[in-house]
Write a new protein. Structure first.
Length: 183
């Protein structure tokens, strides 16, 4: 199955996931490495965001990542700003359940998302942004074949310091070559 690996599976995000997403979205430890604004959001704002931005978007697809053994939602993966004409999209992953951090679930989920983007949607290019201090994520993205394409210098202020936002991308043929090399 396309949306399933050894330990995780995806299911389409629904309105019923709003409370769960709200908890992850307001957990500062979870959002520290992914959300530039680090705001606390009221439930009404999260409901509106889920309805209009996540579920109501024609240029995005979001999936809840489920840990298969216990059938527990552990995070969200998304393709956003999908440009069907030019076959491009941006990808995002958030592991909201912290006990699943550092155990390879992000890598497994991200690979599933890229398989979907390149094999099923036939995208030409997938991009992402990563904060310069998030070395674990940068390492994962490089391991998957992403290349640094540029950076927004000192555009993020965290814990009294300025940080860069690194722009990375991978092309479909690069991803396919990486997959052949890993077989």
């Amino acid at each position: 199955m396309l949306f399933e690996s050894k330990r995780v599976r995806f299911r389409k995000m629904t309105k019923e996931d709003t409370e769960l997403y709200h908890a992850w979205r307001n957990d500062m430890e979870v959002m520290h490495s992914t959300n530039p604004s680090l705001d606390v959001y009221p439930m009404e704002e999260t409901k509106e965001f889920v309805e209009h931005v996540i579920l109501g978007s024609n240029s995005g697809k979001s999936y809840i990542m489920i840990e298969k053994t216990n059938n527990i939602p552990i995070g969200i993966v998304s393709l956003i700003n999908i440009d069907y004409k030019n076959r491009n999209a941006e990808c995002i992953i958030d592991i909201g359940e912290k006990e699943y951090w550092g155990k390879g679930y992000g890598s497994e989920g991200f690979k599933l998302l890229l398989d979907y983007a390149f094999y099923e949607m036939n995208l030409h290019r997938v991009s992402l942004k990563v904060f310069s201090f998030n070395e674990r994520a940068s390492h994962l993205y490089t391991k998957l074949g992403f290349k640094q394409e540029g950076k927004s210098r000192q555009s993020l202020f965290r814990e009294g310091e300025w940080h860069d936002i690194i722009h990375m991308g991978i092309l479909q043929n690069e991803y396919f070559e990486k997959q052949v090399g890993n077989v």
